[in-house]
Every structure is written in C-alpha cells, then in structure tokens.
Design a protein around this ligand. Structure first.
Ligand code: KG4
Length: 332
C-alpha cells in the first residue's frame, strides 16, 4: 500500500513523446527539482516527431536527466520513497525507455513503482503551484495529441465532459504551421506571428456539433486554412493575418465551449493544461470569459504546462494514495 504524507518523496519520469524528463516532488506540491531535455531540434527537420529517433534520444538522455534531477533536488536516492513513470498513452518505444528505467531504480532501491497515465498527470499539472483547490475543477487539456474537457471531481476521480472528434488543438496548430511553412512545432510560431496580425482578416469556421455541444472538431478549420492559402497569390504576405485568424478560431471554440460546459455542469473553477496552454492569447481569453461568468481560472506554472515529470510525480503522490503499488510486471 502506498502511504503519502508531507515528507513522502517521489521520483517521477516522463518519456511518452519527445521530452525526456525527471523530477523529484515531496509531499503535496513541493517540486524539489524538474529537469526536461527536449528533442524538438532532432525532429524539426521532419516536421513532426519520428518515433525511432525519439526512442534513441530517450536512451541517451535518460540517465543524465535523472542524475541532474536528483542532484538539483538536494536529496539523495536514499530519500526516494517511490518511483513513478508514464505508462501511456504515448509512443511505445519512447515509453519503454522511461518505464524500464523507473522499474530498475525501484527494484534497486527496493521501493514501490507507480505507473501513471499521461493525461491524468496533465490534470495534476494545474495543482503543482497550489494543490489545495476546491473540487470539482473543469480541466481544459489541450496538447499535441489530445483535446479534452475533464471534470476532476476529486483525486483520482474524473469524467470526460467533451473531447475532440478528430484533430487535437495542438495538432491543428502544428499542421497549419506546416502549411504556412513555419518551423516545427507550429504552435509557438503561430502565436508569435499572430501578435502582429488581425484576427478578423479571414473568417475561419468554428465547428458546432449539434448532438455533442462540448465536443471539438478542428479538421474542417485546417481544411479551410488550406483552401484560403490556395486562393492567395502570395500567402506569405498575409502570414500574420492568417496566423491571427486561425488562432482566433481555435481559441474561440475552446473558450466558448468550456464556459458553456462549466455553466451547465456548475463548475466555478477551471484549469488549463497541456502544451497549447502556453498560448498567452488563450490564457487571456479564457481568464476574461471565466471572470465575466463568475468563474476562476487556476493558473498552471508556465514551465509545467508542456510535458514534464513534476506532474507525473504529483499524480503518483495525490492519485495513488492508499492504493497498492504497481507490479514490476505491468507493461506500457
Ligand atoms: O503537452 P505537449 O508538450 O505534448 C503533448 O502533446 O503531449 O504539447 C505540445 C503541443 C504542440 O502541438 C505545440 O505546437 C503546442 O503544444 N504548443 C502551442 C504553444 N506552445 C506549444 N500551441 C499554441 N500556442 C503555443 N504558444
């Protein structure tokens, strides 16, 4: 049985996609260290993550990243009470590197191993600054692989309120970035150019799904951008306006559906998590709409919105309390 108190120390490991990360977290929210080695440069020339390259890069980075996390934390391996790692969802080869390493350390230290769901960990990222929130909380999880609206009722208890029926929001940012010939990942690049553009220059569609009002769809928006590009003689001359108009359509859909869902479910606390949560325009639009509706947005520390291991360790600490540790036999 895993017992958690303020002095419990967990080593978290994350390797589900293109970030090799390790963190040491104590008790409820004390992030003693968080180290992230990103592989973005190795994948950039391919315009997306190449699984085999990701696995090999994790193998190379894993030991130095863990060593640095332990060093930065100021505690030694002997203070680690449990070792947690992302067991999925993610790239198979990439996950295997983190999980095998975590199990080996757990075995060597004779401490429990805890397998963590990557999406559950993203929900916990919002609690890294302040874990004492009053549930329920509505989490908008927007990353490269997922777009979900999740009702977090309490630790370890969740239900899905809405989700994308096709592309994730981050995926749409990355694919539109590619159409606009911007470097990978497209999200931060589009945000940068959007600051100089007029969001009303091009009218892009917002999907309204009649039977699933809180679900999202971004594939039609992507196609609309493509058709618009085909109509323009010199798309690069309109880059800032195209970025601003596309970003506005994504933000509009995310914010309106989130507020509508919160009004229906009765949530007054909203959190934003996942890589797209780095987007300042999205943060501002959601905060403003929430305030107007009498709701509050729980801030996620900017460095902890993208993939990191602090959220893995925290999810292990807060969602795994009083449950048996995982067998070293569990797979990814
Ligand atoms: O959560 P994350 O690091 O990885 C997973 O997908 O699990 O999210 C990465 C995604 C990419 O699609 C990237 O383009 C997007 O987050 N992203 C952004 C911004 N920063 C990162 N999208 C929009 N605006 C940003 N500033």
């Amino acid at each position: 049985m895993i017992r958690v108190d303020e002095a419990t120390v967990v080593l978290g490991i994350e390797s589900s996609c293109d970030e090799t990360a390790a963190a040491v977290v104590m008790g409820g929210n004390d992030v003693l260290s968080s180290v992230v080695a990103t592989q973005i440069e190795q994948h950039a020339r391919f315009g997306g993550v190449v699984p085999e390259i990701a696995s090999r890069a994790h193998v190379e980075a894993m030991t130095p990243v863990i060593r640095k996390a332990i060093q930065d934390s100021g505690v030694g391996f002997e203070r680690i009470d449990a070792v947690a790692a992302t067991v999925g969802p993610g790239l198979v080869g990439a996950l295997l590197v983190g999980v095998s390493t975590a199990k080996s350390i757990a075995l060597a230290l004779n401490k429990p191993f805890i397998g963590v769901n990557h999406l559950e960990a993203h929900l916990y990222a919002a609690l890294l600054d302040d874990p004492h929130v009053e549930f329920p909380m509505l989490v908008v999880l927007v990353s490269g692989g997922n777009t979900l609206l999740v009702n977090m009722e309490s630790h370890g208890k969740y239900s899905i309120v809405g989700q994308t029926i096709d592309d994730a929001a981050g995926e749409a940012f990355d694919k539109v970035g590619r159409m606009l010939k911007l470097p990978y990942p497209g999200g931060p690049e589009i945000e940068k150019h959007a600051r100089e553009g007029n969001p009303k220059s091009f009218i892009f569609p917002r999907a309204h799904l009649k039977d699933a009002p809180f679900d999202f769809s971004f594939s039609g928006l992507k196609t609309a951008v493509l058709y618009q590009l085909q109509k323009l003689d010199d798309p690069q001359a309109h880059l800032a306006d195209l970025c601003a108009s596309f970003q506005d359509a994504v933000i509009d859909a995310l914010v309106k559906k989130t507020i509508k869902a919160a009004l229906q479910t009765g949530h007054t606390l909203i959190a934003l998590s996942g890589g797209v949560a780095c987007n300042r325009a999205l943060q501002e639009a959601l905060t403003c709409a929430a305030q107007n509706a009498g709701m509050k947005v729980q801030p996620t520390p900017p460095a902890l919105t993208t993939d990191n291991a602090g959220m893995i360790a925290l999810a292990a600490l807060l969602a795994s309390e009083n449950r048996p540790s995982d067998s070293l036999e569990i797979g990814i």
